[in-house]
Design a protein around this ligand. Structure first.
Ligand code: NAD
Length: 374
């Protein structure tokens, strides 16, 4: 029997991310020496069938269709929100009011004003929050940050980032919560990941010039008709960073053929880095310190030298997977709750990304550069 204090999870939503979070909780417990013991307490979904099936498949002790009742349960310590975006605020504020720690999927909320209310409520209540920007947990992206900060690329001049997939490329794919006029769209949904990575690597973005475009203006409404779509299918922005670098990002969910192109390139005076999530166990590095005639991008493969890769596998080049990033995210969050690690990517940081998204959208509408407010 473990003598560790238990941390009981209440999960809302059992879809794509609900399952990924369960993988994260299960692996984190086995792979890391967590200071607290995770217990899968209750899972909530809309229907009895979905909640019960998830409880049995995922290993939760209880299932419910009443997420509010779950939040009121004093036995539960963390409310984990993997429900659609428009529900995040209501669920998180209720959980915070009940004194729970809150782990919430991105985007934190459809609107920056809502994200601010959530961040401020969490800070006032003193609960620990985490937003699911899992790509930031990749050891190779952390290595890129380390190399940039150590000056291996010299002075950083340029950045190109994008997050492109094709799950909305088919015009007959139906209207979903991701098309909600209040905060949906490719920029918010996946461009937010590109923005989070850009700021993690280069520091604060100070100004943006956006261009957000709706390419597919209506989609099946699931009732035999069509529903108008107003959110962007592609959101792009030119960026100015506070450190003097300039660049661009793109969020694109109609990039035919692309399944997971969370990519970036960083250019400095002495070197460059290239990364693609489609081969996310590799980082490509170019340095001008190589002899002329010998220069070229070298491929660095993920290995135990890149923590916490070694926790998963002792052998280099054997590769981590998407769900492992969730395990790393969970481990950081649990350690922070126990006071053993710095604040994770919390609601305040989630607000920051939402502010960037919204400023890019305003810039696009007004066709002008916009400074980023703090
Ligand atoms: P999904 O549709 O697969 O799952 C959503 C789940 O929430 C479903 O099980 C649905 O029944 C449930 N749900 C809806 N309303 C509910 C309610 N009132 N009470 C309880 N459960 C309810 O969606 P998904 O792809 O898992 O996306 C969920 C969230 O995760 C979104 O915010 C999305 O942006 C985010 N997401 C993050 C990543 C990432 O890489 N971090 C990837 C995909 C999705």
């Amino acid at each position: 029997m473990s003598a560790k204090r238990k941390l009981r999870i209440g999960l809302i939503g059992t879809g794509f991310m609900g399952k990924a979070h369960v993988f994260g909780f299960a692996s984190a417990q086995k792979v890391f020496d967590l200071p607290l013991q995770i217990e899968l307490h209750t899972v909530a979904d809309v229907t009895e069938a979905a909640a019960s099936r998830a409880a049995s498949d995922f290993g939760f002790a209880h299932a419910t269709t009443e997420w509010r009742r779950m939040i009121d349960n004093p036995d539960i310590d963390i409310i984990d929100i993997t429900a659609p975006n428009a529900l995040h605020k209501e669920m998180a504020l209720a959980a915070i009011a009940a004194g729970k720690h809150v782990y919430c999927e991105k985007p934190l909320a459809p609107l920056a004003a809502d994200a601010r209310e959530m961040a401020e409520a969490a800070e006032a209540a003193g609960v620990m929050t985490q937003v699911g920007f899992n790509y930031l947990c990749n050891p190779m992206i952390r290595l890129a940050k380390e190399m940039i900060e150590a000056g291996e690329l010299g002075e950083i001049r340029g950045y190109r980032g994008l997050h492109a997939e094709d799950y909305m490329a088919d015009a007959t794919s139906p209207f979903t919560f991701r098309h909600d006029p209040a905060g949906g769209g490719a920029l918010a949904d996946i461009g937010s990941h590109a923005l989070a990575t850009a700021e993690m690597l280069l520091g604060p973005i100070s100004a943006v010039m956006g261009d957000c475009v709706t390419m597919i203006g209506e989609r099946p409404d699931g009732k035999g008709g069509l529903r108008k779509v107003t959110v962007d299918d592609v959101g792009r922005a030119f960026l100015r960073f506070a450190n003097g670098a300039q660049g661009s990002i793109e969020g694109n969910w109609i990039a035919t053929g692309r399944k997971m192109q969370h990519d970036f390139e960083v250019y400095g005076t002495k070197g460059a880095l290239c990364f693609s999530q489609e081969r996310f166990n590799e980082l490509h590095f170019y340095t001008t310190s190589d002899l002329p005639g010998r220069r070229g991008f070298r491929r660095i493969e993920a290995a135990p030298d890149h923590p916490p890769y070694g926790r998963f596998c002792v052998a280099p080049g054997h590769q981590l997977g998407f769900n492992d990033l969730k395990a790393i995210e969970v481990a950081g969050y649990i350690a922070a709750i126990a006071g053993e690690a710095p604040e994770p990517f919390n609601f305040r940081k989630g607000l920051r990304i939402q502010t960037l998204v919204e400023t890019i959208q305003h810039s696009s509408t007004q066709r002008q550069w916009k400074e980023i407010a703090d």
